[in-house]
Design a protein around this ligand. Structure first.
Ligand SMILES: [Fe+2]
Length: 470
């Protein structure tokens, strides 16, 4: 056994090359007692790295209870890397924002139907009134008529038209009842004689193609999906979290994804102070940091914010700033909400899920108990959040980051505190539960959370497994 290197000496060697070093790496080097290892690690560390972590140790494989851990996790943030979200835009940008949403979603619909500009249709009604036509537009307004039909105002860059979905049509009416404000739809139908109304026959959405085949990783990999930890709340389930942390020690997992609400926050709802055990936001994040530091450093942790976190509410929400995450381990990557990740070829779209609140109120039959169904509705519309100006605050930027394009292999959400797993046309949709028990507010709303669940996904098969730590 080589002579024990002093901790200070190791840290200094890294500092000499302007690198900070994770304590796990220091203790690893000390145990190995090989000073030459420091130079090999420095040589292998990418030039943009600030902190050297376990993943930078060349060829490290850890053996524990016969399970072989691979440390070469492969993580890329495709969209929503820290710093990508712009400021809150003014009116001018809202126009750009909706143009971007329209152009991207309409091109998806256009691959499934032919459509003409609304202006061309209404300018010469005599030419088109006896034939089936198609239009693609954004839903500007919608209401139910006195006779129970659905009247939808559809707008494209050239004009606006009233579209009538007849309640007697069993093929299109149930879907018409689920139309949301600001989604983009295609409609096949006929123009009325006077040209003032468009009678809908078929509704076309930018849905996932039926033959969609998701990518599967060609090498073993496991991602663990969670959300809504709510550190600082009196209802936070510390025992269940500790069981989860213990389990992770021996789990062959490379990635841990956290889809927002790390802490309970301060002043999120009236009377919250009575339910908090930590009433200081920095202390909430510090405790969270401590919990994350206890997790194996070989696991890459991706942290996105939610509506309880200390960043602006308008989506896309920026990544949590160093002001709050200074004590988080270097295995953590802070990302925005939403964000698109690439885990060894598997695309994961992470979204906290504020829009569940809007969709549950607007879609007939939708409820908090079945979040999977609402995730399917998101995928059908290719929108994480459709309505603008309701309960989901949206920062209108030049591009609409709430558009689901490209399609992910996994859609990961949280927010509703009820676990749900579904597969829709090959896309695995997972709503992870929470790590807090029923709150006074949820009791009042008759919402029964499913706490202390982690969803484990095999990246080669996309098979999910729900682990219960309650
Ligand atoms: Fe939450």
């Amino acid at each position: 056994m080589g002579s024990m290197l002093a901790e200070r000496e190791i840290v200094q060697r890294f500092l000499d090359t302007k690198l900070q070093v994770h304590p796990d790496v220091v203790s690893y080097i000390r145990k190995r007692g090989d000073p030459a290892l420091i130079d090999r690690i420095i040589a292998q560390t990418p030039s943009d790295a600030v902190v050297v972590s376990m993943q930078h140790i060349p060829g490290l494989k850890r053996e524990r209870d016969g399970i072989r851990f691979s440390v070469d996790a492969e993580l890329e943030v495709i969209a929503g890397a820290a710093g990508a979200a712009g400021g809150i835009a003014g009116y001018g940008d809202a126009v750009h924002y909706f143009r971007d949403r329209y152009s991207r979603l309409s091109s998806l619909i256009r691959s499934r139907m032919t459509a003409m500009p609304i202006e061309a249709l209404i300018r010469s009604p005599h030419r088109y009134r006896d034939q089936e036509c198609g239009i693609i537009g954004m839903v500007a307004d919608l209401r139910t008529t006195a006779k129970g039909h659905r009247l939808v105002e559809v707008e494209d860059p050239t004009g606006t038209i009233q579209v009538l979905f007849n309640k007697g049509r069993d093929d299109s009416f149930p879907e018409a009842e689920r139309i949301l404000p600001d989604e983009v739809i295609g409609v096949k139908g006929r123009l009325s004689n006077d040209g003032g109304l468009f009678f809908a026959e078929q509704l076309v959405r930018p849905d996932i193609p039926v033959n969609h085949a998701p990518f599967r990783s060609d090498r073993p990999g496991t991602a663990v999906l969670i959300s809504d930890i709510h550190v600082g709340s009196g209802t936070f389930l510390a025992d269940a979290w500790n069981r989860f942390a213990d389990w992770l020690q021996d789990a062959d997992a490379q990635y841990l994804l956290i889809a927002g609400d790390l802490v309970d926050g301060i002043g999120i709802y009236p009377g919250q102070e009575h339910e908090l055990t930590i009433r200081n936001i920095y202390e909430q994040y510090d405790l969270c940091a401590e919990m994350l530091r206890d997790l194996p450093s070989r696991i890459r942790i991706v942290v996105a914010p939610g509506n309880h976190d200390a960043v602006r509410l308008a989506e896309p929400q920026p990544a949590l700033p160093p002001e709050f995450t200074g004590k988080f381990p270097s295995s953590c990557t802070m990302v925005e909400n939403p964000c698109l990740l690439n885990l060894q070829g598997i695309r994961v779209l992470m979204y906290h899920g504020r829009s569940f609140d809007d969709m549950i109120g607007l879609i007939p039959g939708a409820c908090y108990e079945r979040p999977g169904e609402i995730m399917e509705e998101m995928l059908r519309r290719r929108l994480l959040a459709a309505p603008y100006g309701m309960r989901t605050p949206i920062a209108a930027a030049k591009t609409d980051r709430l558009v689901i394009d490209p399609l992910p292999e996994i859609l990961h959400t949280g927010h509703v505190h009820i676990c749900g797993v579904t597969k829709y046309r090959g896309v695995l949709a997972v709503n992870t539960g929470t790590w807090q028990s029923q709150t006074a507010f949820q009791k009042q709303m008759n919402i029964h959370p499913t706490p202390a669940r982690a969803i484990v996904v095999d990246l080669q098969t996309l098979q999910p497994e729900v682990m219960d730590f309650s």
